[in-house]
Design a protein around this ligand. Structure first.
Ligand code: NAG
Ligand code: NAG
Ligand code: NAG
Ligand code: NAG
Ligand code: NAG
Ligand code: NAG
Ligand code: NAG
Ligand code: NAG
Ligand code: NAG
Length: 660
């Protein structure tokens, strides 16, 4: 009874707070995010490389290495923001504050770039195709300058002086209207845009002044920290409706080129004096809200409702508890609603089916809420939800352009997040746990299809080489840059997806610990069809899978890329007798005029090296990358001879045994 009384008081109090919040919501437009806390993922749209990462949002790729070159991404508010009212002619005054960080690699300090920007654009935000590097993900390089057509106003925090930027220093802030050639610029001392900073952007509807101010931390030689403030401003043209539509998208954009750095957002708040036009769908009119409050008040008076009330209170309590638990688990992972995924994939219909892998069925679909194409993998989980979230968090924290990007996840049992569902859950049986991983959609089938099944067009050598380098780069990232490192465990052409530009994107990594494959399925697909699985692993089924097992599979994939259809033994035979290994290359390539003998030899020899039977002879992915980048090729015959005679023999026998 005591608990109930407390709950009752809590409920009445929350009702007061609730009605206060209703009034507060009637104030003009407002939203805010603090990424160290949880937030509704439906409220944000992430494009390309942007995505939540732990307690912040990375706009571009998030590790210091070669592989963060040429990344671009945007994060924007997922709902339209009113800019002016088309009927009354009233224009918004707005103010936004954000905390962000630009981190430069101390090793390549003078090679930093390119910067980031706060932008206002047409809704929804769409990152232009060729907007990398100095275009900061804002405008297409083809359209610069594009006054009047780009539909974009931005405040740039630029860390690299391109030819169109001021040359006095690397760093500057500027205001961009439809072009990255700023209309006004404030030059900062080089390396001012380094570390965590706060900025605000304010627009006044009477003066039409757009003012951006930035506060940076200055670390003195004596260790003192002082703050330094910079400002840049401009008057927007009259009328502002010549720039943008009545409702706009707001957000952040960033890009790296051949110079790199990290661009991160920690918190963001936005206020506007203009509310949504009242006829807007999806936004409840204030009159409706008040009516609701009155009705709720009436209900509390009724005795009949008392029963409901107790029920509601209990739900409230259970809901709050579950929310807390869930929020803790999910920090940084976007949670999708089951019903949205079902709608996106047409109730998981067969027509939307992309394929069936060792871990589950994959569907494609269009997620209306975030306005993007997605691939949904439906997985039978191995049971423990805690493990599931831990593993998903590991996958979620990876960001590399050759890895298929995880957008978020969904599991039936946990997606019931609202109070009404929770109230109903009392009378429902516990549902079976089905989990879903939501990925970006990679459009252009997989490597297996392009090597073996595409009849009309042969995959050219330059494309194959680019794919090989892409996979190597992704595996290097998983093995050597992730901490703790991540094993793929099932590298094969079917798991290498290609995008429209034939960039390789590795999928299914990290899944083996989450999902329960029909264990046999994983083994048989790997051994039976192609033999991508480390023979050492097959021989001693219980041997721990380790990085060299991935290296083995990678080697076999390389051989498949260069010599499609040939067995490793056949190729090894040529090599052992010191004959020209490029003779083993795919016949269809040999007639092409882009047949690059030295690159092909490089890929074949590296493939043989990586797939050596003796685990100790295989290179690490770091070494493999160096070889693909042009380091001298080793003599594998010497490597084999230097290991013991018995292993030497094994090198010849084992691969034959493998093909059973
Ligand atoms: C975000 O939340 C953290 C943790 O509560 C707090 O320390 C930080 O000041 C908040 N940031 C902003 C800008 O409110
Ligand atoms: C705004 O109003 C003008 C003229 O009244 C009309 O042509 C235009 O389509 C309107 N724009 C939107 C986005 O409603
Ligand atoms: C500017 O915003 C205020 C509300 O803050 C509004 O009353 C006024 O009409 C707006 N002015 C213009 C020119 O839109
Ligand atoms: C724009 O970018 C594309 C792709 O990166 C490139 O091929 C093209 O040359 C660029 N155009 C200009 C004008 O820089
Ligand atoms: C950019 O700024 C640096 C540092 O002030 C200067 O050395 C360089 O000449 C400028 N221009 C270019 C194109 O890098
Ligand atoms: C950038 O910031 C870091 C951390 O505050 C500092 O250690 C480093 O010296 C700064 N780099 C430059 C070039 O100012
Ligand atoms: C650094 O700190 C000392 C004492 O705390 C102070 O006297 C000095 O003025 C500071 N220097 C700067 C550059 O702010
Ligand atoms: C550029 O911005 C500065 C700082 O806000 C301001 O003083 C100056 O008047 C602006 N110049 C133009 C041409 O708007
Ligand atoms: C931004 O910061 C200023 C100064 O701290 C504050 O007055 C304003 O309300 C803040 N705006 C938002 C949208 O949080």
């Amino acid at each position: 009874m005591g608990v109930n009384f407390i709950l009752f008081t809590y409920f009445i109090l929350s009702l007061y707070v609730g009605s206060y919040a209703t009034v507060a919501e009637d104030l003009p437009f407002h939203f805010s995010f603090n990424f160290t806390k949880t937030y509704r993922s439906e409220d944000l749209i992430f494009e390309e490389t942007a995505g939540p990462h732990g307690k912040l949002v990375d706009l571009t790729c998030n590790s210091f290495s070669q592989e963060i070159q040429g990344c671009k991404g945007r994060m924007s508010y997922a709902h339209p923001v009113p800019f002016y009212d088309n009927k009354t002619g009233q224009v918004a005054s707005f103010n936004t504050n954000f905390t962000f960080a630009i981190l430069i690699d101390e090793n390549t300090m003078n090679n930093k770039g390119d910067g980031m920007a706060f932008f206002i654009s047409r809704f929804p935000s769409t990152i232009p195709t060729n907007s990398g590097g100095g275009n900061l993900g804002l405008v297409d390089n083809q359209t610069r300058p594009a006054y009047g057509h780009g539909g974009i106003v931005a405040v740039e925090f630029d860390t690299y002086n391109n030819s169109w930027d001021p040359q006095e220093s690397f760093d500057h802030i500027g205001i961009d209207i439809n072009s990255v050639e700023s209309v006004n610029t404030t030059i900062l001392p080089s390396f001012s845009l380094n570390g965590t900073m706060t900025a605000s952007v304010t627009f006044d509807n009477t003066t039409r002044m757009l003012v951006a101010s930035l506060v940076t931390q200055l670390i003195h030689l004596d260790g003192n920290i002082s703050l330094k403030q910079y400002e840049v401003s401009t008057q927007l043209p009259d009328p502002v409706s010549s720039l943008l539509p009545p409702e706009v998208a707001v957000g952040f954009s960033a890009a790296t080129g051949s110079s790199t750095e990290l661009h991160q957002i920690m918190s963001w708040s936005f206020d506007s004096s203009l509310a949504h036009q009242s006829n807007d769908k999806g936004y409840i009119k204030s009159a409706d809200r008040h009516k609701k409050a009155v009705v709720t008040g009436g209900l509390i008076g009724g005795t009949l409702v008392l029963v409901l009330l107790v029920w509601f209170m209990l739900s409230c309590w259970k809901w709050t508890r579950m929310r807390k638990e869930l929020d803790k688990k999910l920090s940084g992972i976007e949670l999708f609603q089951y019903r949205d995924l079902a709608a996106a994939t047409n109730q998981f219909s067969d027509t939307q089916k992309l394929g069936e892998g060792a871990f589950g069925v994959v569907y494609k679909g269009f997620h209306k809420e975030s306005n993007r194409d997605i691939a949904v993998k439906k997985i039978k989980s191995s049971g423990k939800m805690k493990d599931f979230f831990n593993e998903v968090r590991v996958i979620n924290d990876t960001r590399h352009k050759n890895l298929v990007k995880l957008l978020g996840c969904c599991c039936n049992a946990y997606s019931r997040r609202n109070i009404v569902d929770m109230m109903c859950s009392f009378c429902r049986r516990k549902q079976q746990d089905e989990v879903f991983l939501v990925y970006e959609l990679v459009n252009n089938r997989n490597l297996d299809y392009h090597l073996h099944h595409k009849q009309d067009k042969v995959l050219s050598w330059p494309k194959r080489y680019k794919i090989a380098k892409g996979i190597a780069s992704a595996l290097h990232y998983l093995h050597h840059e992730c901490d703790p490192y991540i094993l793929h465990r099932d590298i094969k052409p079917g798991n290498i997806l290609l995008d429209d530009n034939f960039n390789a994107k590795l999928c299914d990594f990290g899944l083996s610990r989450i999902a329960k494959p029909g264990n046999a399925t994983l083994m048989t697909t790997a051994i039976g069809t192609h033999g991508y699985l480390d023979p050492q692993y097959i021989r001693y089924g219980s041997v721990r899978f380790n990085r060299s097992s991935d290296v083995y599979s990678f080697g076999i994939v390389l051989l498949e890329i260069a010599c499609t259809g040939k067995s490793r033994d056949e190729i090894w035979g040529l090599y052992r007798e010191r004959r020209d290994v490029t003779k083993a290359a795919d016949k269809r390539l040999q007639s092409g005029d882009d047949f690059d003998r030295s690159e092909i030899e490089r890929v074949i020899v590296l493939g043989l090296w990586c797939s050596m039977i003796n685990v100790n002879n295989r290179p690490s992915m770091r070494k493999a990358m160096d070889v693909l980048e042009g380091e001298e090729l080793p003599d594998l015959n010497i490597i084999v001879q230097s290991t013991s005679a018995s292993t030497d023999q094994y090198e010849f026998c084992a691969s034959a045994a493998k093909k059973v």
